[in-house]
Design a binder for this molecule. Structure first.
Ligand code: 3NM
Length: 210
């Protein structure tokens, strides 16, 4: 996988927007115009779309991503990723084990969330393409987020497994993003810094000028 895909990795689902799906698609297009380098559809939680509506929404996101030549990654939902022939799949520690689906995604991007050095070592053994490390800072975007690990953990993780690409996540804003990169992250992953910005396209652009 090209590590530069991780540089500015936007994540969202319709549940992240007061006006739901319509607003989600508008913001995704603005983020693509602003220069996000990867997108993950994370349709999760009580208000998430389900069934045919969730598939239609995912397809619309995928079409937009491909128009801007940005990888379209699906969070957690193996079936949906296969059905849409997504560019990749991202799973957490409580989701399906990478070994249980890896052979179904040849030449696709596989990402795994890790929170400890031992989880990181396992990710290396499982030969995933990148790890998400977080939450770096406190976040309101994930109900069951763990305690923030701080930027120093990124440096520790990079020292421990220098070849594994790391995308940092959790509470990342324009104000703290430079420090996250300075501590060794290959990329930044955000929800609210773009989804809740007054001008999502401008906010996205600003991340490229840190
Ligand atoms: N995963 P925001 S934190 C989706 O720690 C997600 O693994 C996390 O949202 C983890 O940029 C998080 O608004 C939410 O803080 C990130």
């Amino acid at each position: 996988m090209r590590t530069d895909y991780l540089k500015l990795y936007f994540i969202m689902g319709s549940q992240n927007f007061p006006a739901g799906e319509t607003q989600a698609l508008q913001v995704l297009e603005q983020a693509l115009q602003g220069g996000i380098t990867c997108f993950q559809l994370r349709e999760k939680g009580d208000t998430a779309l389900t069934g045919a509506a969730s598939i239609r929404f995912a397809q619309k996101c995928q079409v937009l991503c491909h128009r801007y030549q940005v990888p379209f990654i699906v969070n957690d939902n193996i079936e949906l990723a296969l059905q849409l022939d997504a560019d990749g799949i991202h799973v957490g520690q409580d989701d399906a084990a990478v070994s249980s689906f890896k052979n179904k995604f040849p030449n696709k991007i596989i990402g795994l969330s890790v929170h400890t050095l031992s989880e990181l070592e396992l990710a290396v053994q499982q030969d995933v393409n990148y790890v998400g490390i977080g939450p770096i800072f406190a976040t309101a975007s994930k109900n069951d987020a763990k305690k923030p690990c701080g930027v120093d953990f990124i440096t520790e993780a990079k020292r421990h497994c220098p070849t594994m690409p790391i995308v940092a996540i959790g509470g990342i804003t324009l104000d703290n993003a430079a420090s996250v990169l300075a501590h060794g992250a290959d990329g930044l992953s955000v929800i609210s810094a773009i989804s809740a910005a007054n001008d999502p396209q401008a906010a996205t652009r600003q991340f490229h000028h840190l």
